[in-house]
Design a protein around this ligand. Structure first.
Ligand code: AVJ
Ligand code: FE
Length: 440
């Protein structure tokens, strides 16, 4: 039998589980029990639902499926099944109370750490390179980001604090030419990549120009000031319909401050910072801005080529800066700061072609619907990705300041409905070269 470096892997997994649980604890200890049980928006769960759901998923997938052990609480499976319980109804369910939820998570985690000690990493596909554990870490981190979005929707005095993001090191403006040619999209080898990131496949793209940085508040403000929200011509059919029915006139959480704009962020008001990426826009707003600017949104493949393709080796790498995991020098991830960083704050995170802040800060809308790559195989179950495939959802890339590094890489795919903007979503634009521009 092959000898696997399991001690290292076990330690690494235990550390990731631990680090992730500390974040869940931070997000749920910052407010009182009544606040945890309350619904802050009909499109979000009460925080205590997310918390127990994370524990239930860990029980189902690791304790029962991988470990083959007896259920801890089979009776609560239905309560925490996201497909059976629509979000708006979740506060009415007989949910575990905060102390019960915490005790449940502890019980499950003790069993999982016991399983981690005894499992053989080479005995079944389910745990190749600890994938099953990695999926649970990523699942909890994704719910932590959702809980962070719930905190942003919560009304009341601020409870979360973090130092401000680093300042810009140098201005980053204009666009970068990505030359025509094939690149490898997706991955077949990244051990913790989810099913929808697989398999690796060649995609051939014509040349395009892509923004060197995400669209900033200042640029977005120019769109607003130019009557962008009032002019039908910049909006798609579906976009205009939504803009009218929802009464959109600025990004979510923006507020007028006399003649200026500011935003309410995690309970604190701040004047708009001009060189910060715009956040809390829906797909339709991004699409309208791009049309106004004489641009378009990137396809998912265009985003990924800009983020991963190395013009020297021709290889696709894990991140814009290379294959190494992100550090605080590379990107604004992991809720280290409670805001996107200004453009130019992460020169060390730029791609070889000079595209900045593809990872972290804000999720970036792409024009691509969420679908399986050629050769897609659902794993471990259809409900993770496959049931969402189709034109209803748009793909978002790159992660936000609220995304953990364990749930973010050049191949990672997020998706949401084009009307959603409670997520930490922004965008950048692309355009096709003009005929007179020699791009060969
Ligand atoms: C990938 C962020 C769209 O939150 O709905 C959480 C991740 N899947 N639990 C979501 C997920 C199951 C998913 N997103
Ligand atoms: Fe979930």
């Amino acid at each position: 039998a092959p000898v696997t470096p399991t001690t290292d892997l076990r330690h690494r997994i235990a550390a990731e589980l631990d680090r992730t649980r500390a974040r869940s604890a931070l997000l749920t200890e910052a407010v009182d029990d009544a606040d945890l049980m309350r619904q802050h928006s009909p499109i979000m769960s009460p925080l205590v639902w997310d918390l127990a759901h994370v524990g239930n998923q860990e029980e189902l997938w690791l304790v029962r499926d991988v470990g083959g052990r007896e259920p801890v609480r089979r009776d609560i499976d239905d309560l925490y099944d996201a497909f059976k319980q629509p979000r708006r109804d979740r506060p009415l369910l007989p949910l575990l109370r905060p102390d019960e939820a915490r005790a449940y998570l502890d019980t499950v985690r003790t069993k999982v750490l016991d399983l981690l000690d005894s499992v053989r990493f080479d005995d079944r596909r389910l745990v190749t390179d600890g994938f099953a554990f990695g999926m649970i870490v990523q699942h909890e981190q994704q719910h932590d980001e959702t809980m962070l979005a719930t905190h942003q929707l919560r009304v009341g005095p601020p409870v979360l604090t973090a130092p401000p993001p680093p300042p810009s090191a140098a201005p980053v403006t204009g666009q970068v030419l990505v030359p025509a040619g094939p690149f490898t999209m997706g991955t077949s080898t990244d051990p913790w990549a989810l099913d929808n990131e697989r398999p690796a496949h060649r995609v051939d793209l014509p040349a395009y120009l892509i923004d060197a940085a995400p669209v900033t508040n200042a640029a977005y403000l120019a769109f607003i000031a130019d009557g962008g929200y009032a002019q039908r011509r910049w909006w798609s059919e579906a976009g205009w319909q939504h803009r009218c029915s929802a009464g959109l006139s600025a990004p979510m959480h923006w507020q007028r401050d006399g003649s200026d704009w500011g935003y309410l962020r995690f309970g604190r008001f701040s004047p708009l910072i001009p060189d910060e990426p715009v956040v809390h826009v829906c797909y339709y707003e991004a699409e309208a801005y791009a049309a106004w600017a004489g641009q378009r949104l990137p396809t998912e493949a265009e985003w990924e080529k800009a983020a991963r393709w190395d013009p020297v080796s021709g290889r696709s790498r894990r991140y814009p800066w290379g294959d190494d995991d992100p550090t605080a020098e590379h990107a604004n991830l992991g809720q280290r700061h409670l805001a996107p960083a200004p453009v130019g704050a992460y020169p060390a995170g730029a791609s070889p072609l000079g595209v900045h802040q593809l990872i972290g800060d804000v999720w970036e809308w792409t024009s691509t619907g969420f679908d399986g790559y050629p050769g897609f195989a659902a794993f471990p179950y259809r409900e993770y990705s496959e049931v969402f495939f189709g034109e209803s959802y748009r793909v978002l890339r790159g992660g936000s300041f609220g995304t953990d590094r364990a749930a973010c890489r050049g191949t990672f795919r997020n998706w949401d409905l084009p009307i959603r903007r409670q997520i930490f979503s922004g965008f950048r634009c692309v355009r096709d070269p003009r005929p007179e521009e020699d791009v060969r």
